[in-house]
Design a protein around this ligand. Structure first.
Ligand SMILES: [Cu+2]
Length: 333
């Protein structure tokens, strides 16, 4: 997989308007709206899965010659003006949609289209291709769109608990047979059997595997995905589900503060260790507080803990490789 790259441009002269790659979001709070521009190339290619199978994907890529699955995450602020140019390098029709905010309409094969919109309410959104639903979305045409409130504060929505850093986790599951049928230009006609499960396009590797700890490959060590903090580094995690399956997210060491699900703000913020992630573009927003685990004695301030999904199939690859699925790690440094 090509390393994710990112293009940044702000016509209002505001630096660091949005961020890096698919997961760890860079954000500098600001009070004025800005103009945010981004170009995506709709591309295709193959990504090697944990069992060495090469699987076909399409993506919203930052380079015409690359393949980014998911597409680079965008982080913007309510009220910003966004201009997105989408160059469809393929022969098939595609689209770019953010529910409630923008719908490009059909972008025909070979066509380049520029869309403009004003950013709506704060929260965590998916951008995706809605054509041939859900197949184009599942085959990789998706990415995260994080909207900060216009308050100039590190909070999910005005008045919500604050944090010092934020990540975006995009969960997907992959049925390679479906992807192959999409490659062949036919709509899948077989029963859905996902065999790979990813966070930000990557799966876990286990100790002893040649790619264990390789940040480009191993979801447990990829800096976009792995939560890293010291005590007190309250961390917002925006979790989005591009896939068809409902999941159970389980955090170790700390409970999380549950702020929203499907952008519905919780009236009461519960502290939970496991949470249901809805399917079909569902979302969860939580704060991982990086506090000393409350039940540990003597007190724990450093260490390395998992976050995995509790639906067991998601912890496998290729129909059986256990612990090569959708999981990552949490590092108290
Ligand atoms: Cu668990």
């Amino acid at each position: 997989m090509k390393r994710r790259t990112f293009l940044q441009k702000s016509m209002a002269g505001v630096a660091a308007a949005f961020a890096g790659s698919s997961g760890l979001l860079t954000w500098v709070p600001r009070v004025q709206a800005a103009v945010i521009s981004k170009t995506f190339y709709i591309t295709e290619g193959y990504i090697k899965q944990p069992d060495e199978t090469q699987v076909y994907f399409k993506g919203f890529s930052s380079n015409a010659n690359g393949l980014d699955v998911p597409g680079a995450a965008l982080i913007v602020q309510e009220g910003d003006s966004v201009e997105i140019t989408i160059a469809n390098t393929l022969g098939s029709n595609h689209s770019f949609v953010i529910d409630g905010m923008v719908d490009s309409g059909i972008i025909a094969g070979g066509q380049t289209k520029k869309i403009r919109f004003t950013v709506g309410a704060p929260g965590s959104y998916l951008f995706y291709d809605k054509l041939a639903a859900p197949y184009n979305r599942l085959v990789g045409l998706h990415g995260g769109f994080a909207v900060m409130p216009a308050t100039g504060t590190n909070e999910l929505y005005p008045g919500s608990p604050t944090f010092v850093q934020q990540y975006l986790w995009l969960i997907n599951e992959i049925d390679p047979l479906w992807n192959t049928q999409i490659e062949q230009g036919v709509l899948p006609n077989t029963k859905y059997k996902p065999r790979y499960f990813t966070i930000n396009g990557r799966s876990m590797r286990v100790p002893g595997h040649p790619d264990y700890g390789n940040p480009d490959i191993d979801a447990g060590y990829n800096p976009d995905t792995r939560l890293v903090g010291s005590i007190g580094d309250r961390t917002l995690v925006r979790i989005l589900n591009a896939g068809l399956a409902i999941h159970s997210m389980h955090f170790h060491a700390n409970h999380v503060e549950w702020l929203a699900r499907n952008r519905q703000i919780r009236a009461d913020i519960w502290e939970k260790d496991s949470l249901l992630l809805p399917n079909n573009k569902g979302s969860l927003d939580v704060i991982y507080p990086f506090q000393p685990p409350v039940d540990a004695w003597p007190p724990v301030t450093t260490g390395h803990f998992p976050m995995h999904l509790h639906d067991e199939m998601t912890q496998t690859a290729g129909g059986g490789l256990y612990q090569f699925g959708a999981a990552t790690t949490i590092s108290f440094k």
